[in-house]
Design a protein around this ligand. Sequence first.
Ligand code: SF4
Length: 363
Amino acid sequence: MIHSEPMKPALMGMQPDELKTIVADMGLPAFTAKQLLQWLYQKGVSTFEEMTNLSKVARERLSEQYTIGLTAPIAEQHSTDGTAKYLFPTRDGHTVETVFIPDDDRGTVCVSCQVGCKMACQFCMTGRQGFQGQLSVADILNQIYSLPERDRLTNIVFMGQGEPLDNLDAVLSATRHLMADYGWAWSPRRITVSTAGLRKGLKRFLDESPCHLAISLHNPFANERAAIMPAERSYPIEEIVDLLRQYDWSGQRRLSFEYIVFGGQNDSNRYARELVRLLGGLECRVNLIRWHALPDEDRFHEADATRMAAFRDYLTHRNIRCTIRASRGQDIDAACGLLNTKEKTLSTATSVMDNSSPSATPL
Ligand code: SF4
């Protein structure tokens, strides 16, 4: 971790009232706060010079005390299937990975919300990385506003590194800025927050956020799920589903369950039957995700396509909507469970950058 100079607070992530107070304290006209909101959350500019309708005095005063908080990625990697992975620096000197997934007329960004993760899911490289820190609202929004494909975005999923409900204030704040009229006015139907299940955060998320929810399920049997997802021990999937049944999923907000299919481990009829028992009658969909091998890992095996199709058909015939998710970005370790920035500190990434082009370098 390196810091070349004392860090100024970032304006990105601040609420309208906070900006009003800053503008008033600087003796600037009150309408400057509204202009700032638009430059930050609609246009997503990364320098004060670009805020052309602000007076020179306003720009100078603001830049003396604040930074915008947007930074371009410092490294990148591109898959043969069009998926792109970016390494973004965080405000406190770490790095996180962000993935852009193009798909016909859709463009989805998979955003990280923590440096590493505490949840320790056995199949996940981020879980193996351990927890190194929370991302600020600015760090989260930076992955969206500074994404090279920003203008192609149609969807945002919080399925990158970290457990969103373990950094819920920042995640809720970031999504509110995106949905606000002063921001992109995005519909909550374009934003999905994914969780392994955190007791403290789930009810609050359900009560406070209109965004879609995805639950990482991966195994319907408590003891087997606990063996690969320690979160099961503190918040069993049965209790999670009980809570979810108390909410209405027939409207705009969508509930999905992510199910990584591990070959020979959770793909037989026994698991499909138990899933039907667990989720029966609940308005939801199940997304089957093909497992990708981890480096130095032989505990989990790749799923068989025929078996996955049979599993999908079993659920579908019992009124549980189920789709097999296309696997994307596997060749650049951008697929589910493969994100990892343990060794990628800002200092090492910067040294890579020094040896080549002034833009982002290959990861
Ligand atoms: S799968 Fe998600 S919750 Fe589990 S360790 Fe990885 S990042 Fe954390």
